[in-house]
Design a protein around this ligand. Structure first.
Ligand code: FES
Length: 265
């Protein structure tokens, strides 16, 4: 595990400097720390706290809340099998069980590297990835592998372990965990446009709408929005005038103001 050297500390400060409130940089800073150390270490927590002028407890609270931050090492390729409702019934549970057996690991564990393996693989069950139209979905270092089966998932982890290129079904060739974490920290690797942006299943609704000539309701014109704003102002003004006139009426009816009444009491 690497230490946080001067270059990394400078990059952590650079991230903090990107935001009007520097503590807003905490999430990408933790990703950068993971890209260097493979996990969020006590050293990284102290460094982030120091740079952001917040407590180590604040940083630790964030690092332990979000599941993308790891307090123990994961593999070079972290495989997340979606076992949320739709993926589970479409085969996610079967994929997870098969991978557990094949890799001989439990949830959130790293498989032992075999002789000749180039990379390590870890396995975790994950919640919905908002990719239900491609269920059952598996993620590798946060890249989608759509419409998986137990057999295709086993083939995929074998390819990853033995150093073969694996391409996301909707993204680039899958890079290592640490490389992916650096991208999430806001240091692009120049491959953002590799692979399709959206697949046919996600665009099906749009295609049907085009065929049938459906369109979204038009947004109100700016003039209508302005008119609504003026109407609101007019209502406020009317309320103020009415309140003032009621005060005047009350004063004239009794011959003394509300303040005078209060003083008399
Ligand atoms: S339930 Fe798996 S992506 Fe939504």
């Amino acid at each position: 595990m690497n230490v946080l050297d001067d270059k990394t500390l400078d990059e952590l400060r650079e991230i903090a400097g990107r935001y009007p409130e520097k503590r807003s940089g905490l999430l990408p800073m933790l990703h950068l720390a993971q890209s260097v150390q493979g996990k969020v270490t006590p050293e990284a927590i102290e460094a982030c706290a120091d740079i952001l002028d917040i407590s180590a407890a604040d940083v630790s609270g964030v690092a332990t809340f979000y599941t993308m931050y790891k307090r123990h090492a994961v593999g070079d390729f972290h495989v997340g099998v979606c076992t949320n409702t739709l993926c589970a019934v479409m085969g996610g549970d079967a994929i997870f069980d098969r991978l557990k057996e094949h890799l001989d690991v439990g949830n959130d564990e790293v498989a032992e590297k075999r002789q000749g393996d180039q990379h390590s693989v870890s396995l975790e069950h994950v919640e919905c990835n908002a990719a239900c139209d491609y269920a059952p979905v598996v993620m590798v270092n946060w890249e989608f592998m759509d419409n998986q089966t137990p057999d295709s998932a086993v083939q995929m982890v074998e390819a990853l372990r033995t150093g073969q290129e694996v391409r996301s079904t909707r993204g680039p060739a899958i890079c290592t965990w640490r490389e992916a974490e650096r991208v999430l920290a806001g240091f692009p690797d120049g491959r953002v446009d590799e692979g399709p942006g959206a697949g046919p299943a996600s665009l099906a609704g749009l295609e049907i709408a085009r065929e049938r000539g459906w369109t979204a309701p038009t947004a109100p014109a700016p003039a209508a929005v302005e008119a609504a704003g003026s109407k609101q102002e007019a209502v406020s003004e009317a309320d103020t005038s009415r309140a003032e006139s009621e005060t005047v009426e009350e004063t004239s009816a009794t011959g003394e103001s509300a303040a005078e009444k209060e003083e008399a009491q």
